[in-house]
Design a protein around this ligand. Structure first.
Ligand code: ZN
Length: 465
């Protein structure tokens, strides 16, 4: 039902957060010298006055607790056990930053005085069940926690995201080689508070318990292909829905109603020649927006390195001037590619994915870049190349459809290749701007958990928060 972690004995109460709508109490599970107790001297940074790494970490967690606490209403304290431990996998280019979840799930708990009933025969994460029923249901003195959370202590060490340590500032203004710990803690606490399909196995669709019960989350998961909620599906149907890319959505009233105030209009490539109609795409996080659209012939010249990756400057006779340059994903950063296209005179750039599913998420910062650019699917890239030298496209914003939605419902992450730990219990990566509860960290997160910056708190309203 839940990952049970080996517990260190060095549990110390930290950071009581009071005078807030919900009291979130962080409990450190770290031994001396590690994580919250790391004595390494550190210079205050980004509004964090701590003078050791451990103190700065504690300040970050307190900020996350205060931010969630201020948004949520509960009479019951929420205890969060937190550890810094080595997490795997972690390679030089990608790694697990953290993990969290409800420590307990409850069903059919009768309400205490002033409380309300839970939906019958339904699993609720502990903090939410206690909020609704107005009582401390977690009665185990050895495990009194509502939420467990772990964070990667190896970040930036050895071959684990080499050179990319945690950023302990509180201002979400991390430099390029740091990862915003506050955003990651906010994200992981989000899972612990209830942003998760919970004890239902997200890969097999099998429910927990005897008899098996659905989680409250399933009530709001709608598959657009079958028009069935997870609540009403068989195990096999849930397993298929978990892999139904772009077609699994959140159909809760609150989470869906605020979509227009949070998500931008979606980016599209209208292929005039070859006549492939309108194709969903994803705008880059740098360069200019596509407010007015760009239309032009497409070229796919070799760069100075003889590839169509755009990683080295294009030669003078590339033919890119005044055109839209099509490049392939890979080898170098998106900003390098688009800057090289701009330097060759391109009016816009397109980067085709190098894997079959989804778009390149065109992240990066380069203030020199002024042209718009978009990421497209591998299949569309191949089709556009097939029409050269007469390929003609229009890059545009759809004036009605929001990025990352299906029939106005926000998409949940459900890639066709199931991703353990990521599928189903996150927003899809096509949301623009990026959302806190996407499976991968993005540099443009503001730290806000509610509309107009984010959908997470609104989804929580659907659950009963
Ligand atoms: Zn997550």
């Amino acid at each position: 039902m839940r990952a049970k972690l080996a517990r260190a004995l060095f549990i110390a109460l930290l950071l009581p957060v009071t005078a807030l709508a919900a009291e979130i109490i962080i409990v450190s599970g770290d031994p001396p010298g590690v994580g919250f107790n790391d004595p390494t001297p550190a210079a205050p940074i980004g509004g964090n006055p701590g003078t050791t790494v451990g103190e700065q970490a504690r300040n970050v967690f307190q900020a996350a607790a205060e931010q969630w606490g201020a948004r949520l209403q509960s009479k019951q304290p929420i205890l969060v056990i937190s550890f810094f431990v080595p997490l795997t996998p972690c390679t030089p280019t990608s790694g697990v930053l953290g993990a969290a979840g409800a420590e307990w799930y409850f069903s059919d708990i009768p309400p205490a005085k002033g409380g309300k009933a839970l939906a019958a025969g339904t699993w609720y994460p502990a903090a939410l069940a206690e909020k609704i029923t107005r009582q401390d249901i977690v009665a185990d003195p050895d495990d009194p926690f509502e939420i467990f959370s772990v964070f990667n202590s190896n970040l930036g060490i050895g071959t684990c995201l080499t050179g990319n340590g945690w950023y302990y500032g509180l201002d979400h203004n991390e430099p390029a080689n740091r990862i915003d710990l506050l955003a990651v803690v906010l994200h992981e606490f989000g899972h612990g508070l209830g942003f998760s399909v919970g004890p239902t196995n997200s890969s097999t669709g099998v429910r927990a318990g005897t008899p098996p019960l659905p989680s409250i989350w399933e009530s709001f998961m709608l598959d657009m292909s079958t028009q069935k909620r997870w609540l009403d599906m068989t195990n096999a149907e849930r397993a298929a829905s978990a892999r139904n890319n772009w077609n699994l959505v959140w159909a809760g009233q609150h989470g869906s109603n605020v979509v227009p105030s949070v998500l931008d209009f979606r980016t599209e490539v209208r292929a005039v020649n070859p006549a492939l109609g309108v194709n969903e795409a994803q705008s880059a996080q740098f360069g200019s927006s596509l407010q007015n659209g760009v239309a032009s012939l497409v070229v796919a010249p070799n760069d100075g390195g003889g590839t169509q990756l755009g990683c080295t400057p294009f030669p003078a006779n590339s033919g890119a001037a005044g055109k839209i340059v099509l490049m392939n994903r890979g080898t170098c950063t998106f900003t390098t590619k688009v800057f090289n296209a701009q330097a060759a005179g391109a009016v816009a750039a397109i980067v085709a994915n190098n894997v079959p599913e989804g778009f390149p998420t065109m992240a990066g910062v380069d203030t020199r870049i002024v042209i718009p650019s978009v990421g497209i699917t591998q299949a569309l890239g191949t089709a556009l190349r097939g029409g050269l030298p007469n390929t003609y496209v229009e890059l545009q914003r759809n004036p009605k459809i929001r990025a990352g939605t299906n029939a106005n419902y926000p998409r949940l992450y459900a890639p066709s290749a199931f991703a353990q730990g990521s599928s189903v219990s996150h927003w899809d990566v096509t949301g623009t701007p990026n959302l806190l509860m996407e499976p991968f960290i993005n540099t443009d997160l503001t730290g806000s958990v509610k509309n107009p910056d984010d959908l997470t708190w609104n989804l929580f309203n659907d659950l009963g928060w």
